[in-house]
Design a protein around this ligand. Structure first.
Ligand code: PA5
Length: 415
């Protein structure tokens, strides 16, 4: 379960003001509008779906040393965030019995694509192309490269065995999969791209990485059943702060493994809320690293920031600081202290400094960095984002603004 602490905003808002934000109606609206779809995904997850995903994951693990996941935005960030968060941001460099996982199709850079191909080298590989619409240009172009690479290495039959398609029923990609005979995992209906991490979109790459997807969905289910009040509290607090001039929300965490969760969160909130000339601008920071770059601005720059810290009751690993004569300075007295104590002290110190500097700080916490807490956080953010957007007066689903660049690109390319 995700806990919400808003004591760090008490200098900026009066808690009684929160009742002026009608999150309950917004919650009823999403529940009625979406009595199926992304809202009920954790309930809809059953042994049949779990078994199907695990079976395909097992096949990929057995046939390949590398899985290339092609997708962009909601079709990639959730899985990437989950692997970093649950296993490690260094997943590919760890010794393990699961395939390396590379992500491509999330940009139009030839250099990036070339690097991924080189990293695969002579190793056996499979490809999971993920695109809800089945027509996103970056992903479609990358697919052409990797399809050709698969065919060259394994022939037409091998290509069929190693290309896995995740898309909407009836999309051009779905039609291609049916026509050419690839395994196709269809996305459930009424689930937008950025709300799709708890579907085959996020679950298949996670299962290939050896993540316990049942635990992830159980965490999401617990959040669905018991987390409404906390989601409403977070949504209401950020909207109230926005009304008071806090236009930017910085999601910050003291664990580098959270970095891609920040990227996923930015897409979720940015595409859901930034419409009709309004919306909180979502930014993210990786502490303590970014305190040495953005810290000055956060402390003393324009006072339009609010922050949300994400913390964990228990660290994944907690080494002790070694002693010895290396540093003959004040740090020597910290020998024997657990590193988590330093990290917590840093969080406390930053929170106090930022609040004193005029930045309200909300804090979200979960027990640890597990598959279950990832599922809980993903569901918590999806729900609070939808509630927050509706409260602000915009429709959280759809991203009409993204079409502007796509239309220009199509025109420039003569498509
Ligand atoms: O939230 C969304 O729907 C989008 O941001 C998509 O995730 C992104 O554009 C990728 O689209 P698709 O999965 O259709 O390739």
């Amino acid at each position: 379960m995700v806990k919400v602490d808003i004591s760090g905003v008490s200098d900026f808002i009066d808690e009684n003001e929160l009742s002026s934000i009608d999150t309950q109606s917004a919650f009823s609206e999403i529940t009625t509008l979406y009595e199926s779809g992304w809202v009920t995904l954790p309930k809809d997850y059953d042994t049949e779906l779990s078994g199907k995903i695990k079976e395909i994951a097992k096949k990929i693990r057995e046939q390949s040393k590398v899985l290339v996941v092609l997708g962009i935005g909601g079709s990639y960030l959730g899985a990437r965030a989950a692997i970093d968060y649950i296993v490690s941001p260094n997943y590919n460099f760890l010794s393990k019995d699961t395939p390396d996982i590379y992500f491509a199709g999330n940009n139009a850079s030839g250099a990036y694509l070339n690097d991924v191909m080189e990293m695969i080298g002579e190793r056996d590989f499979s490809v999971n192309v993920i695109s809800k619409s089945g027509s996103t240009i970056e992903t479609a172009i990358a697919l052409r490269f990797f399809k050709a690479m698969l065919e060259e290495k394994y022939g037409a039959m091998g290509l069929k065995e190693r290309l896995y398609v995740t898309t909407d029923a009836g999309s051009p990609l779905n039609e291609m999969a049916n026509r050419e005979g690839y395994d196709c995992l269809e996305m459930p209906e009424r689930v937008g791209g950025r709300y799709s991490v708890l579907t085959v979109v996020g679950l298949l790459p996670c299962a290939v990485a050896g993540i316990d997807i049942d635990a992830m969905m159980a965490g999401a289910l617990e959040e669905l059943e018991n987390g409404v009040d906390n989601a409403c509290l977070y949504a209401a607090t950020r909207q109230l702060l926005y009304r008071k001039g806090k236009k930017i929300e910085m999601l910050a965490c003291f664990e580098p493994a959270f970095r891609y969760m920040g990227e996923w969160w930015k897409q979720l909130f940015g595409e859901s809320e930034g419409k009709d000339g309004i919306g909180i601008f979502p930014a993210s920071a990786d502490y303590t690293a970014d305190l040495h770059s953005l810290g000055q601005y956060i402390q003393e720059g324009e006072r339009t920031l609010m922050e949300t810290f994400v913390s964990f009751d228990a660290p994944r690993v907690n080494p002790m600081i070694p002693g010895g004569p290396l540093h003959d300075d004040k740090i020597t007295i910290l020998a024997g202290m657990e590193l988590d104590e330093i990290n917590r002290s840093a969080s406390q110190a930053v929170k106090k400094a930022h609040i004193e500097g005029g930045v309200p700080v909300m804090e979200l916490s979960v027990s640890n960095m597990s598959a279950a807490s990832y599922g809980a956080l993903a569901y918590f953010f999806e729900r609070s984002c939808a509630i927050s957007a509706i409260v602000s007066g915009v429709i959280p689903f759809g991203q009409p603004g993204v079409e502007a660049y796509k239309n220009n690109l199509y025109e420039i390319l003569g498509l």
